[in-house]
Design a protein around this ligand. Sequence first.
Ligand code: HGY
Ligand code: MN
Ligand code: MN
Length: 407
Amino acid sequence: MDWGKEAERRLNEIATCSAPGPGVTRFPFTPEHAAALDVIRGWMTQAGLSCHMDAAATLIGRSASTAGAPAVLIGSHQDSVREGGRYDGIMGVLIGCLALEQLAAEGVQLPFPVEVLAFADEEGVRFPTALLGPRALTGQLDPDALAMTDADGVSLRAALAQFGGDPDALGQMRRPRDRVQAYLEIHIEQGPVLQRDNVPCGIVTGICGIERNSITFSGETGHAGTVPMQGRRDALVAAADFIARVHDTAAGRDGLRATVGTLNLKPAVVNAIPREAELTLEIRALSDEERAAFAAEAQVWGTEIAAARGTAFSMSRTYAQPAVPCAPALMDTLEAACRHSGIAAPRLPSGATHDASAMAALCETAMLFVRCRDGISHRPEEFASAEDMAAAVQVTCEFLKGRAEAA
Ligand code: HGY
Ligand code: MN
Ligand code: MN
């Protein structure tokens, strides 16, 4: 079987489980999500796995292994950003299934069960929180997150319950640590390094920490034609100063990323001065200390700029997750698996965050990156080649065989 071509075919099929518009838009607990789970159930069944959906709406396929050994988990997320690509997240779920199909075809009996997990919500786009599935499995879920609402005022609790999950059971989902031996996530790199190195796969050394802050500048509205420029308390002008300061300072901090991804104005009409500018500031770094220091600096800049512009300023952190190193022993197993597949895989950090960052609270985690064309992701043009996906299937098979030899 040409697993690369098969992967491409299946990803093109599941990409139709999307809201209308360019690229893929598949938010959690939506009809698109339900349609995708029907497709993924087919993948899991074809891989010989028995499927069930847990209380966090994670679809889990488990191999029929009779071995009482702790399971190896292979997972990623089914959801996408708005107008995203066909590979981010879902490719990792598929490659786990294809690798198990390949091993079954070879007649390989692993001495441990394998589970493939399709997490519902990693992106945190619909609700201002993320990683619901992994945090439930690792006992890290903040119950307050269930009260968070989407743009239509629907709570995470209501959306999950309506979808067939069980919000009240999330607190009892924690997996015993002795029942899981490792978590592997296969994911498109979303960056340019593997293409630059001309190699199909890479081994992730660590996942950046991330925090998101809600920021508001408040001034005074007025008639755009009659209020003199002098003395205006224009919230958007203050926000513009702040955004430029954040961007220009972060540009000088190697490895740190700072992004203002959303901006909402009030009253948001062409002929009135903005009285309120609400924005989000996301900060990422492989060092949690560096990330916290930058957030503290931003707080100071906001206060100073607001005073200079005659506006008020508020900043509150709405989300945070620490940086996570990957497990050295698993990285070595992955490296051997790549070598057996004829790949000299480089090691590299992940600027993007992943389900693995939360799973690390339960077990040792590893990530295999797959080359990403021109480093483009979170866009319809995102692309991984069939050849590289075939290589990732082979590496995943070799990784599982490597774990079996070490058992
Ligand atoms: O935001 C991220 O890094 C991930 O793609 N959710
Ligand atoms: Mn992802
Ligand atoms: Mn993503």
